[in-house]
Each structure stands twice: as structure tokens, then as C-alpha cells.
Design a protein around this ligand. Structure first.
Ligand code: SAM
Length: 274
């Protein structure tokens, strides 16, 4: 029997409360397909029984599983190339000059999914600045999903995943073949720290970042949540830092302390004093 409207509303509210992600009415049809396997794994006969279970146990781990199943993890290496080119050709040459006294550069891939974004940044640093041995290059990859954080830590990708975005010479320079899959080389893995972090909850992330990639995630939040997240991103950045959003994301109509700036072939956002 299909889900009734109150059950659909309950699931949408649960997901919004846990992750800030808004499941629109037109996406409700996805609930059935994505949540049925979770019901089965939990030994429940169907998705309605899953809803009952969630209602009975408000703090049960199933709430996280349901929320994670409804979030979109689509990503790839060097996705929408232009921000990575801007990082390589404009931002890093600038930062390597200005951060010479500290010799430290910190880049945060927020909502990094299975880690391709964080490792793409690492590949740029390794390829272009590998000779700067006494510099501390830090890449932090965070995501709300336990499964995605574990995947980032494992750094193991299928042939299909590496084919999406990695030219062959770059692949063999940065990955080792493991059976049918590819694992990031230890030198690259050591540059990326993967951590669980929900952008809508309190952040433990206290470091100040020079560059933040916050791409293809704001689209899932409503205006208020977007503004809250962006204000906190502002606090976690150095004043002369750079913020990248996804191709379809903009700050129009948002009351946030960033200004638009064109770098190379792309747009980024620079913090302004509040
Ligand atoms: C579409 S992927 C984007 C991945 C990568 N940034 C990119 O552009 O390729 C969106 C990611 O956001 C994560 N996400 C969704 N809601 C989140 C939240 N409240 N806090 C942290 N991450 C979240 C999802 O788990 C998913 O991995």
C-alpha cells in the first residue's frame, strides 16, 4: 500500500530536522524507492512499518539512515573543472606568496560526499606544489553521512568513478590499482582529513580556512538555513579567503557577508567585513 500523506509529511519533517534538506512534494515519490531497502535491512515488512518504528523511537539510529538515504551524493573528480582551474592558476599562486610567513594553507571541502572533491584539491597541490616540502597543506573533507566519511577515509574508487574526471597520467600518479579498483596513494591520502559534520548543527570545525568549497549542497536548504550556514562559513574563513559554490548556486537575495568576484573562467565569493 502506498504511503499516506501524514506518513510522507512525517518523513519529510524528519529529514528536514536532521539535515536541513528539504524534500519537495514532487520528490516524495523517491521515498518509497530509497527507504524500502532500509526497512528490509531493519527486518521490517515495509516502509509503513519503518515509519511506525521511527515514530516510536525518536532517537533511533534509523533516523540517520533514513536521512542519509534521501540525500544526494552525486559527485566526481574535478567536477565542473573551472573552480579547480581557478584554484590552480590564480588562487594558489597568490596564497603561496601571501602565506609565506606561516607556510600553511587550509582548504575545506564542506559536504564532500565520497571525497572526490577533496582529493581533486589534493592532486592540484601535490602536482603543483609538491616541491614545497616544509609547507603544511591541509584539506578537510566533511560530510553529514557516516557512509560518505568512511568512503573518503578509505579513498577507494571504482574504475567508473576514476573514469569520471581523471586523465590516465593523473590517475596512475595518484592512485594504486587494487584488484578492480583504485586507492589513493598514501602521500595523497595523508593530505586529506575526513570528518563527520552536519552543516545545520553546531560545528567543531574551529580552524580558519583560506578556501572553502561548499558546492552543490545549499540547493537542498531553505533560505534561512542557507543564511545560517553561510554566516558560519564566513566566521570559519580567513578575511582574504575564497568561497566556491556549485554552478547553479548563487547568493542573490541572501543576506550574507560575501561579495561576488570573477576569477579566471569562474565566479567565487570573497568575505566582506560585517
Ligand atoms: C550532491 S553532493 C555534493 C558533493 C560535492 N560537494 C560536489 O559538489 O561534488 C551533496 C552532499 O551534501 C551532503 N549533505 C547534505 N546535507 C548535509 C548537511 N546538513 N550537512 C553536511 N553535509 C550534508 C550529502 O551527504 C552529500 O554528500
Amino acid at each position: 500500500m502506498p504511503l499516506a500523506a501524514p506518513e510522507i509529511d512525517f518523513l519529510r519533517e524528519t529529514i528536514a530536522r536532521r539535515s536541513g534538506n528539504v524534500i519537495s512534494e514532487s520528490q516524495s515519490y523517491l521515498l518509497e524507492a530509497r527507504l524500502s531497502p532500509i526497512a528490509r535491512t531493519a527486518g521490517l515488512p515495509d516502509i509503513r512499518a519503518l515509519v511506525d518504528e521511527l515514530r516510536k523511537n525518536p532517537s533511533h539510529v534509523l533516523h540517520d539512515k533514513v536521512t542519509e538515504a534521501m540525500t544526494i551524493n552525486e559527485t566526481s573528480f574535478f567536477r565542473d573543472m573551472a573552480p579547480f582551474e581557478a584554484l590552480r592558476d590564480h588562487i594558489l599562486p597568490e596564497l603561496v606568496k601571501s602565506r609565506e610567513p606561516q607556510r600553511q594553507i587550509s582548504i575545506w571541502s564542506a559536504a564532500s560526499s565520497s571525497g572526490q572533491e577533496a582529493y581533486s584539491i589534493g592532486i592540484i597541490l601535490r602536482t603543483n606544489y609538491g616541491h614545497l616540502k616544509d609547507w603544511d597543506f591541509r584539506i578537510l573533507g566533511t560530510d553529514f553521512s557516516d557512509e560518505m566519511v568512511t568512503r573518503t577515509r578509505d579513498g577507494l574508487y571504482t574504475q567508473f568513478e576514476v573514469n569520471r574526471g581523471l586523465p590516465a597520467p593523473m590517475l596512475v600518479r595518484n592512485f594504486d590499482k587494487v584488484g578492480m579498483n583504485w586507492r589513493v596513494k598514501p602521500e595523497l591520502a595523508s593530505m586529506v582529513e575526513a570528518r563527520k559534520m552536519n552543516l545545520t548543527e553546531n560545528w567543531l570545525n574551529t580552524a580558519k580556512h583560506d578556501v572553502v568549497f561548499l558546492r552543490n549542497v545549499l540547493i537542498y536548504f531553505d533560505v534561512k538555513v542557507k543564511e545560517q550556514i553561510l554566516r558560519r562559513v564566513h566566521q570559519s574563513m580567513r578575511p582574504d579567503g575564497y568561497l566556491f559554490l556549485g554552478g547553479g548556486e548563487a547568493l542573490v537575495k541572501l543576506d550574507v557577508p560575501f561579495e561576488r568576484s570573477t576569477i579566471g573562467k569562474t565566479v567565487c565569493f570573497r568575505p566582506v567585513a560585517k
